[in-house]
Design a protein around this ligand. Structure first.
Ligand SMILES: [Zn+2]
Length: 228
């Protein structure tokens, strides 16, 4: 996986190496399922070769980026699911920032609410709701956790670095609570196993027995979370 910045936005590119030694060409495509760009490369392709190829493809990537992720704006009257609970968006002229009202199940939006103000609000909510899942799972596993960060990448739900920092996509706040929790557990298990080995999945299952359903949910619906 490689992260590149296009149009001021981080974009992940999945790099797949071809097993066929005689393969010569690099090819780039959009994968709707992964909601990502997938670059297939022959074996033994150097990083600088990959980089140069991606630079040449920049106009194509920019064009397809616009096609792929056209943003949906929230409008008053519309419903939104936040951490699995439905809220109705309503216009509140007295507000300067979005606010959640639990008793009335409403998300109050100020007039002319910008997309970035809405994203800041959702990110804050994600930090509040999802961080405890990661902390709890790392404690259960007896693993040191350095930091939890929240990012906005269009193709990845989470990652775990060798420095024990877990990054999560704040858009998980738009997924059902148990799906978001699964991703937190998945990344926390990487503190113990830095791979997707059998031992890794066994530990995930111990902490999250229904993980297969959550994986399926993300595969089928994850794409729609990227549109808000
Ligand atoms: Zn993983």
């Amino acid at each position: 996986m490689s992260t590149i910045v296009f149009s001021g936005q981080e974009q992940d590119i999945l790099i797949k190496r071809k097993p066929n030694l005689r393969a010569k060409r690099l090819s780039l495509r959009v994968s709707a399922q992964d909601n990502a760009f997938v670059l297939t490369v022959p074996p033994r392709t150097t990083d600088s070769h990959i980089k140069a190829f991606l630079v040449r493809c920049t106009p194509w990537i920019e064009k397809n980026l616009k096609k792929m992720f056209h943003v949906k704006h929230l409008v008053p009257g519309e419903d939104i699911l936040l951490h699995g609970a439905p809220f109705q968006c309503i216009l509140d002229p007295l507000r300067r920032k979005p606010m959640l009202c639990i008793t009335t199940q409403t998300l109050r939006l100020p007039p002319r609410c910008s997309q970035s103000a809405l994203h800041d609000f959702l990110k804050k909510m994600a930090i509040e709701k999802l961080t405890p899942y990661v902390v709890k799972a790392s404690q259960t596993l007896g693993q040191h956790l350095e930091q939890v960060r929240f990012r906005d990448t269009k193709s990845r739900w989470g990652s775990c670095s060798a420095q024990k920092t877990i990054s999560l996509n704040w858009r998980l706040i738009l997924a059902p609570a148990d799906v978001a929790q699964y991703v937190c557990i998945h990344e926390a298990v990487h503190l113990l196993h830095m791979n997707h080995s059998k031992a890794f999945w066994k530990t995930v299952e111990e902490l999250c027995p229904a993980y297969r359903d959550h994986k399926k949910w993300l595969k089928a619906h994850g794409f729609s979370l990227m549109r808000v």
